[in-house]
Structures are given as C-alpha cells and as structure tokens.
Design a binder for this molecule. Structure first.
Ligand SMILES: Cc1cc2nc3c(=O)[nH]c(=O)nc-3n(C[C@H](O)[C@H](O)[C@H](O)COP(=O)(O)OP(=O)(O)OC[C@H]3O[C@@H](n4cnc5c(N)ncnc54)[C@H](O)[C@@H]3O)c2cc1C
Length: 508
C-alpha cells in the first residue's frame, strides 16, 4: 500500500538515538515519522548500565571532549526528566595510598570538568567511612576509598517518555513496523518500504530524507542503500547480572576501577535490586535478543566475589540481560573496550543519513547533529535545535525517582485516579513486585504496549529485575491485555508461549 503523506523525515529505529531524533525534529516543526521494527527500546536502549554519566573511564583514556560533552548532557537530562533520573553516589575502594590519590585526583578533575553542573563533591574516605557506606566489602588490604557522584536512570522508561514527548510535539511513531527496503529516484532516496510486523501489511512511504538510527543494525540499512558500503559498526556485547540487594546492603554503588580486561565494573542499586556489570565482548553475529555467554557470567560473579564478603553463585541470579554496543568501526585497535564511544554521522551519496555510536547520556546531542544533517540534505527550512531545556513528557520536579508511580511523572495522577475509581486496579500483577493492573491498562492505552513482552520487559522492568517473577506473570498479563485489546484465546496462548520461551535466557 502506498501512503499519501510525504514526510519531511523518516527515522528508522526506536531506541535512544531514533527517539531523540523524533523529539528534536518534531520540536523544530518538521513532519516526522519514526518506525521501529520491535518495541521502543527493545534493542540496546533497554539494556544499559542505567548510568547518566560523563564516563570516568573515558577520562582515564584521555577523551576530554567526550567527557565534557557527556557531563553537559548529563545535566540537561537530569533537569529535563527528574522523574526518571537521580543522583547516585559511587565508591571506588582502594588498596594502596598511590591509588587513593590517583583516583582521588582523577575524580576531582571529573568533578571540576562538570563545573557548575557537578552533582556532588568527590570525597577521599578513610576505612571507617568506607565500611559504613559499603558494609559488605571485603576488608583485607583496603586503605580507604574515593566517593563521587554521577547520574542514574531507567532507560526503557526514558525511551517511553521520549516517544510520548515526540508525540506531544506532533511526531508520528509506530512500533512493530520493520523497514524492509529503500526507494530511490535518480540515485537519491525518496522513500522506503516497510512491513507491519503484527498484521503483515506492506507500505511504501514517501519522505524527503531518511535517518538510519538502527544501532547495531545500521549496516543492514546501509546495505539496502549500497550493497558495497563498508561496515559502519563493530558490535560489542555487554551483560549485567541482577541479584538481591541483600548481598550488598546500603544505597551507595561500587565501582571496580580495573577488571582483568582493563574495564570498570559497577554494582549499583536499581529497582530495589543490585545490577552488576558490564562486560565487553566483540561479536560477529547480532540478534534482537542477544544472549549472555557463560564466560561473561563467570567473569562478573568472580569479580564481584573478589570484592564482596557475601559471595554469590549462579543460583542467586534473578536476571541476566545482554546488550550490544553499536561501536563506530575503526581500523581495529584490538580491544573493543578501548574503542571510541563517540558518535559518528555518515551521509551517503543517496542522502541516507546514518548515525551510530554514542551513549544514552548523549542521545540529545546525537539527535541534534543528525537532524542538522538531515535538514541540510533535504533542504528543509533552517530551524535551530531547542531541546536543551525541553522538559520531557511527565516532567514533575516534585516527584522523587523511585517513589510509587514515579516513572509516569505527572501522569501518575491518572493511574491513581483509575485505582480510586476501581480498587481492583490497584492489585499487583505479581505479589513480589509493585506493578499493578492500572499501570498495565495505562500502558496499553497510552504507551503503545502491544505484547506481553512490552509490559514485562519495558513498561514494567520485571523481566530485567526478576526473570522468574516475569515468567510467572505472563499468563495474568496476557489475560488482562487480551481484555483490553479485544484479543482471543489463541492470541493469549501464543503471547504467553512466546514470552516464556524468550524469557528463559534471562534466568542465567
Ligand atoms: C552493556 C551496555 C551498557 C551501556 N550502559 C550505558 C550507560 O550506563 N549509560 C549510557 O549513557 N550509555 C550506555 N550504553 C550505551 C547506550 O545504551 C547505547 O548507546 C544506546 O542505547 C544506543 O541506542 P540506539 O538507539 O543507537 O540503538 P538501539 O537501542 O539498539 O535502537 C536501534 C533500534 O533500531 C531498530 N531497528 C533495527 N533495524 C530496523 C529496521 N529495519 N526497521 C525498523 N527498526 C529497526 C531496533 O529494533 C532497535 O530498537 C550501554 C550500552 C551497552 C551495550
């Protein structure tokens, strides 16, 4: 089917990058369509370490520009989405006086670089203060620690907030629509072909410019444009383990500054659990549902146990999730851990704009650069980017991140009203998790949740926190969704089966 509208811009990919672009382009008044083949943030953007950070590690690598940019963006994000972000204190334990001053000075510089946007003071800790903050840390050989502040967020919920912000600004966003081909005239792109993944319908869509924001999948789209195009990304997998907070009491996060492969490893409180990660494993094959390798799981368990007095084993894992970094391809430096986290923009001779690399933290700047390039090649009117102080959907500075219904920001009032009107709406989907029926109804009617997985993985974060509970919740979620969407018993059965099969790998 051919659609009648000609869009100013079509964005392929509904992760952090594509959603940021949809917000920016809609804000500038462009007619923008975003197509996502799965659900929003199904890819890398729901699988991050959940840090809004300048990147202490990149400072150690000497990438001052990236750190400065990310620190600026960190401040904008915390200011524009207070309901989805917060300040988190981290501690680096140190085992020599040299390290104490080495990391102390490094983190003072990090704080100074943030200038007036600093989130809190860097502090050199003695042993007593260190153990008070991180009581389960192994004590042997410790000389103290260094404490510093960075940001934390809920990645998939931020993606939903971006989608809703773009929608508020007049953008059109569709999940479960896969881009299958590009349409050209005289060598220039004039449109694309897409297929609805839910009903199989095919569409030909006209547009003045196409932006390829498909993360680790950018090479598939580049290939549609030019089968001889060189690869733009080198994927690298990172995994996280989620365990009970009981293994690591306190509110402070641990940062292990140097793992065996020269990376940093975090153990941070998130959603009443502890997230530990990450790894950096170069991959040749990519998929929508990447799987943690046994060696990656062991790597994290061993490193955590080396620092923590309450040891963990595989049976303590509540969830394991893996994500793929879309690292900009370079003439290999050997290790992806050393590869640049900067973003890059490619403009092909057909005018396809491809953006890749970067970080969640810098999504706004990436979007700005992509829209500037797209507007230029499409000869759209010159309109300046104005997202720096744009409050995201649900903005409410009085809501405390992590409090009841905080992920909805100012929309929480509607959820409370649903419960006030019908108390059964306040019933939990799973006894151990706060997510209630009203939230599910809200997600189906206002957040484009189409499948059981959308609810359990990204509208609620149950799959990422407690895979067993999520698997047990598939049936009640499917029943409620079927009622809301008018689906039959076959749909329900299929949804439960698909979700449970997929979720198995999160059990670790
Ligand atoms: C392990 C790990 C930890 C990280 N931790 C952090 C962190 O703490 N802080 C931080 O700032 N950054 C972090 N990052 C980086 C950050 O998560 C990524 O840079 C960011 O999420 C990438 O977003 P994206 O939109 O480019 O890609 P994605 O989120 O992967 O989005 C691309 C989308 O395109 C869709 N797509 C693909 N092909 C098509 C098609 N043909 N048609 C339609 N849609 C298509 C995919 O389904 C996908 O949803 C981390 C990354 C990893 C891997």
């Amino acid at each position: 089917m051919e659609t009648a509208t000609t869009w100013d811009m079509v964005v392929i990919g509904g992760g952090a990058t594509g959603l940021g672009i949809a917000v920016d382009a809609s804000q500038r008044g462009f007619k923008v369509l975003l197509l996502e083949k799965n659900d929003f943030a199904k890819g890398t953007s729901s699988r991050s370490t959940k840090l809004v950070h300048g990147g202490v590690r990149y400072l150690a690598q000497g990438n001052i520009k990236l750190v400065m940019e990310a620190l600026r963006e960190r401040a904008f994000l915390l200011a524009n989405a207070p309901h989805l972000t917060r300040v988190q204190e981290f501690i680096i334990p140190v085992y020599s006086y040299f390290d104490k001053w080495f990391y102390g000075i490094g983190l003072f510089i990090y704080e100074l670089m943030a200038q007036k946007r600093s989130l809190g003071h860097t502090r050199i800790l003695g042993k007593k203060e260190l153990f008070a903050a991180l009581p389960s840390l192994k004590k042997k050989g410790l000389k103290g620690g260094v404490a510093y502040c960075d940001g934390q967020f809920d990645d998939a919920r931020l993606a939903i907030a971006l989608a809703r912000t773009a929608d508020d600004l007049g953008g059109t966003l569709l999940n479960y629509v896969n881009v299958t081909g590009l349409v050209k005239e005289k060598g220039k792109l004039i449109g694309l072909q897409a297929q609805d993944e839910l009903d199989g319908k095919e569409y030909t869509i006209s547009t003045k410019v196409v932006i390829n924001a498909t993360g680790v999948f950018v090479d598939n789209i580049l290939d549609m444009d030019d089968p001889d195009a060189p690869a733009a990304v080198m994927p690298s997998q990172g995994i996280h383990l989620v365990i009970s907070k009981a293994f690591f009491p306190g509110d402070v996060a641990l940062m292990i500054p140097k793992t065996e492969d020269g990376r940093v490893l975090f153990a941070l409180p998130w959603q009443d659990a502890l997230v530990i990660g990450t790894t950096d494993t170069p991959l040749d094959e990519i998929s929508d549902e990447p799987m943690a390798l046994e060696t990656e799981i062991d790597f994290i368990i061993n490193h955590f146990n080396a620092y923590n007095s309450i040891n963990i084993t595989r049976k303590d894992i509540m969830s394991v999730f893996a994500g793929l970094r879309p690292l900009v391809k370079t003439l290999n430096k050997g290790s992806t851990a050393l590869a640049s986290r900067d973003h890059t923009i490619l403009v092909s001779s057909s005018n396809l704009i491809t953006i890749t690399g970067g970080k969640w933290t810098t999504y706004r700047k990436m979007a700005k650069d992509a829209v500037n390039n797209a507007a230029f090649v499409a000869k759209l009117p010159i309109v300046k980017c104005a997202t720096r102080h744009l409050r995201l959907h649900g903005y409410d500075s009085h809501i405390l991140y992590g409090s009841e219904f905080s992920a909805y920001g100012s929309d929480a009032v509607f959820i409370r009203q649903m419960i006030a009107d019908d108390s059964s709406m306040g019933e939990r989907i799973h006894p151990l998790h706060n997510y209630c029926k009203a939230e599910l109804v809200w997600a189906v009617s206002n957040e484009m949740a189409m499948t059981v997985e959308d609810i359990l993985a990204r509208r609620s974060r149950m799959l990422f926190v407690d895979a067993r509970a999520a698997i047990a919740s598939a049936e009640p979620v499917a029943t409620l969704m079927a009622e809301q969407l008018g689906m039959d018993a076959a749909w329900k059965e299929d949804q439960v089966k698909r979700f449970q099969e997929m979720a198995e790998q999160y059990l670790g």
